[in-house]
Every structure is written in C-alpha cells, then in structure tokens.
Design a protein around this ligand. Structure first.
Ligand SMILES: Cc1cc2nc3c(=O)[nH]c(=O)nc-3n(C[C@H](O)[C@H](O)[C@H](O)COP(=O)(O)O)c2cc1C
Length: 183
C-alpha cells in the first residue's frame, strides 16, 4: 500500500483549502492508499535558521512540528499540500514548510529524498481569480524542480473568503476527487 501525506497549511480549520485537500485524500484513499494528515495550525513550527546543518545529513536539526512533517514526506509516495493566498503569496505556514524542505537537498541542490513522489496542490484565494492558480503553479514548479516531485494535478478556486465555499463547489470537489484517484 502506498502512503500519501496531506499537509494543510492554511490556518482556518475546516475551511476551503482543507476541504479540497481532504477531497483529494478521499480519492487517494479510495484508490488504495494509506493517508496521513498534518494540519500545520496544530503544530509548533519554526522557520529555517539557515544553519546549514541539514547539508551534511539530509535532516533538519530543529526538533519541532515541521520535523515530523518532513520525515513523513520523506517516507511517503505522495504529497497533497494546500495553501491560501495571503498578500499574493502562499500563507506563512506554507512558506515555513517549504523553507524547511531545504533539508531535502544537499549543498549542490542534489535531493536526499527519492525522486518521483506524486504531488497535488490546492490553492485558494479570496478576491484575486488569478492568484490561487499562480500560487498552486508556483508550488508545483518549485517542489518539482528542487525536490523532483511529479505533479498529478492542482485545484485552484477563488472567492474563498467565506469558509464553506469549496464545500458547495461540486465542480471543484469532483476535480479534487479525480486528482486523488491518480495517487
Ligand atoms: C492575511 C490575509 C491576506 C490575504 N491576501 C489575499 C490576497 O492577496 N489575494 C486574495 O485573493 N485573497 C487574499 N486573502 C483571502 C484568502 O486567500 C482566502 O480567504 C483563502 O481562500 C482562505 O483560505 P481558507 O478558506 O482555506 O482559510 C487573504 C486573507 C488573509 C487572512
């Protein structure tokens, strides 16, 4: 059985980003995968300290909540990650996780982690119809480029200031579920 890690980085519990990520997870589970979920809002997390300790070992020296997430991703066959647009960028908790993925590469940017982990991304925004897709594409591009994840899809929706918009968007939910089936 393959393992898929879901990381919800948006701080709002049960809101749009998480709803879509969990729908991808449902598709992945129905396809026979084991699912492990992390909600960054529940964890004590710190930013990268640029100590370069990881460059020797491939492991971040910090012992916080992100350490467990990084270890789970390392062992997993796939990753579902959700983020919201905050001031045109992925929200801060997402940024912290991505910076800490610096520990996935050595000093020459060669990955310590196995290539080819499947990756699906959810991006949501409030009023900018382009930004949700832009942040999702950015995440797919960086995680694919630096850490050799293989993109299986993205779901990006705007109009998400109310927390329950995604839950009523049948098209986005169906798209998310179908992406999950690709894991
Ligand atoms: C601090 C902050 C900054 C935001 N900046 C933007 C923005 O630049 N563009 C945008 O379209 N929406 C922006 N939003 C709205 C969020 O992207 C939107 O509510 C998001 O879908 C929330 O995701 P969630 O439902 O998973 O919490 C911002 C929200 C917050 C709290």
């Amino acid at each position: 059985m393959a393992k898929v890690v879901v990381v919800n980085t948006s701080p709002r519990k049960g809101a749009n980003s998480e709803t879509l990520a969990m729908k991808i997870a449902e598709g992945a589970k129905d396809n026979g995968n084991e699912i492990q979920v992390f909600n960054l809002r529940e964890l004590e997390i710190n930013g990268c300290k640029a100590c370069m300790g990881c460059k020797k070992t491939g492991n971040c020296v910090q012992k916080d909540g992100i350490k467990d997430v990084l270890e789970a991703i390392k062992e997993a066959d796939g990753l579902v990650i959700s983020a919201a647009v905050y001031f045109g960028q992925p929200n801060a908790q997402y940024r912290i996780l991505e910076d800490r993925m610096f520990s996935f590469i050595d000093g020459e940017f060669k990955p310590f982690i196995a290539p080819g982990k499947k990756l699906a991304v959810v991006g949501t925004s409030g009023g900018d119809p382009v930004a949700c897709g832009t942040i999702a594409d950015g995440i797919l591009g960086r995680l694919g480029g630096f850490f050799k994840f293989d993109a299986v899809g993205k779901v990006a929706i705007n109009g998400c200031n109310p927390p329950n918009v995604a839950a009523g968007n049948e098209e986005a939910l169906a798209q998310a579920y179908e992406i999950g089936k690709k894991f």
